[in-house]
Design a protein around this ligand. Sequence first.
Ligand SMILES: NC(=O)C1=CN([C@@H]2O[C@H](COP(=O)(O)OP(=O)(O)OC[C@H]3O[C@@H](n4cnc5c(N)ncnc54)[C@H](OP(=O)(O)O)[C@@H]3O)[C@@H](O)[C@H]2O)[C@@H](O)CC1
Ligand SMILES: Nc1ncnc2c1ncn2[C@@H]1O[C@H](COP(=O)(O)OP(=O)(O)O)[C@@H](O)[C@H]1O
Length: 268
Amino acid sequence: MGVSDDCSTFQNLPNLWRTSLPNPDSSSHKYQRGYCVVFAAPALTGATRMAATAALRIGAGLVTVQAAQRGDIYRMTLPPEIMVQDDGEPVPDKATVLLGGPGGISPHHKRDLLRRSDLPRVIDSGALPDRPALLNGTVKTVLTPHEGEFETLFGPIGDDRRQAALQTAQRAQSIVVLKGPVTLIAHPDGRLIVNDRPDANLATAGTGDVLAGMIAGLIAQGMDVFYAAAAAVWMHSEAARRIGHGLIASDIIKALPNVLKTAADPDS
Ligand SMILES: NC(=O)C1=CN([C@@H]2O[C@H](COP(=O)(O)OP(=O)(O)OC[C@H]3O[C@@H](n4cnc5c(N)ncnc54)[C@H](OP(=O)(O)O)[C@@H]3O)[C@@H](O)[C@H]2O)[C@@H](O)CC1
Ligand SMILES: Nc1ncnc2c1ncn2[C@@H]1O[C@H](COP(=O)(O)OP(=O)(O)O)[C@@H](O)[C@H]1O
């Protein structure tokens, strides 16, 4: 286990979540590796593309983008492995996780995402609810605000970031990933995982979109949502460390196969 400051606070190290990582059987078929559905941004198509590609690259068996608009632009610009549905087409029955928010989300998709009570969800950026109470707390949900979004939606952080993240996790009955140079992963039951790896190379457009896709891709494969969030945050930092100067957000996606190998290796 990671070193803990007290009995419920942990450093984000692979020992904490390694045994929960997806470990697909060699006879698996794609549906057994999980199905991530991404609600598309109406205009900022690049953000959706990065999130969807990250979900696929981290191991989800299938990824579909639900495009309320610009379906053809998505078809032309997404990697060919990713499917696109147009407005009005239902979320596929076999979906195992929903992701919305990177780059924005259409209002009706946001309503659908916040109401869905049957699937785990990753809610980022434009899809974050105005009030935690709007979330259905019975569903496994991960919220991924940066500090600006957190304060706008949930109130001032004050001088105790850890307490702010834990209180919001409790109010929302959701996992809260409060992003920043030190990213906090807070559980409604009071557990807190601290990813203390400041790195200015991550302060570049789109890295949050990639992280949201990585979390969703791990949850799609059945990983515990709290550990999925922590594992994705660690791999995101680790990819940045390896890439170094010159990093752009898409590089993190390309680094994932090697980072996944390290994360899964108990001798690393
Ligand atoms: N090709 C594409 O489609 C791409 C789409 N992208 C996606 O577009 C979406 C919208 O992006 P966006 O920049 O308009 O919104 P957002 O990041 O919320 O900033 C709004 C304001 O919030 C503040 N602020 C920001 N960060 C903060 C922080 N950590 N802590 C505190 N405050 C912070 C800051 O205000 P300031 O504090 O400077 O006054 C800023 O002006 C988003 O999902 C993004 O991923 C690209 O980024 C990648 C390429
Ligand atoms: N100085 C930093 N050190 C470490 N991580 C950072 C730093 N700045 C940003 N990040 C990480 O980069 C990502 C930025 O996400 P976000 O603010 O949502 O940007 P975007 O909306 O452009 O994708 C988050 O995962 C955040 O933790």
